[in-house]
Design a protein around this ligand. Structure first.
Ligand SMILES: CC(C)(COP(=O)(O)OP(=O)(O)OC[C@H]1O[C@@H](n2cnc3c(N)ncnc32)[C@H](O)[C@@H]1OP(=O)(O)O)[C@@H](O)C(=O)NCCC(=O)NCCS
Length: 167
């Protein structure tokens, strides 16, 4: 749980959050919003290969969410979004921090993501967090015909609970 200046807290997403999350999804990603079924399938992957968090205001309103997929030593940011009227207050940074921390806990070697080339606010956030461009999928987003920029951040592997003896 992450208590921020705004009073917003982060907590795990549950199926009860799906209607509110889907409403936000449609507003924030009008070109390619996930369906309720897709969101439910993602959540069904918890905790095995998925980790989803919501940012909740004191009154219980959800103002952002983010999700991670992790398997085989690699993690992917599946989605991240903050309601327009709450942007620029650090909520996106808090959500991304939660995903990166989870990827570390799961011992991932790297976190990958795809971002629309025409989305400077998101690209700035990722760069601030040490993500760098590793490739471009040309015209990936259709029908908008926009490139996807693939970004990656390597993670330190942090063995917990033992230290290596003299070898
Ligand atoms: C990308 C996105 C998630 C960022 O969320 P956010 O909550 O605005 O992110 P932050 O507040 O942490 O950072 C945004 C900016 O606010 C600034 N900021 C952060 N905390 C701040 C604070 N307490 N006071 C003032 N400014 C602050 C940051 O420096 C950053 O500035 P920058 O744009 O120059 O880099 C958000 O823009 C969004 O939801 N976009 C639509 C959906 C989307 O595109 N998702 C990404 C798909 S790949």
């Amino acid at each position: 749980m992450n208590d921020m200046v705004t009073g917003v807290v982060l907590r795990g997403m549950t199926p009860a959050d799906l209607p509110a999350v889907h409403l936000l999804e449609q507003v924030m990603f009008p070109d390619d919003a996930w369906s309720p079924q897709m969101l439910a399938e993602e959540l069904a992957g918890q905790p095995g290969t998925r980790h989803y968090v919501v940012a909740e205001e004191p009154g219980g309103e959800i103002v952002g969410y983010a999700g991670l997929a992790a398997a085989g030593g690699q993690a992917d940011v599946q989605t991240i979004g903050v309601r327009a009227d709450r942007r620029g207050a650090g909520i996106g940074a808090a959500l991304l921090t939660a995903l990166i921390d989870e990827a570390s806990r799961r011992n991932a070697e790297a976190v990958f993501l795809e971002v629309r080339a025409d989305n400077p606010p998101a690209r700035r956030l990722y760069e601030r967090f040490g993500f760098f461009e590793v490739g471009v999928r040309k015209r990936y987003y259709q029908p908008a015909d926009v490139d996807a920029v693939v970004m990656c951040r390597r993670l330190e592997r942090r063995p917990v609970g033992f230290t290596r003896g003299n070898e």
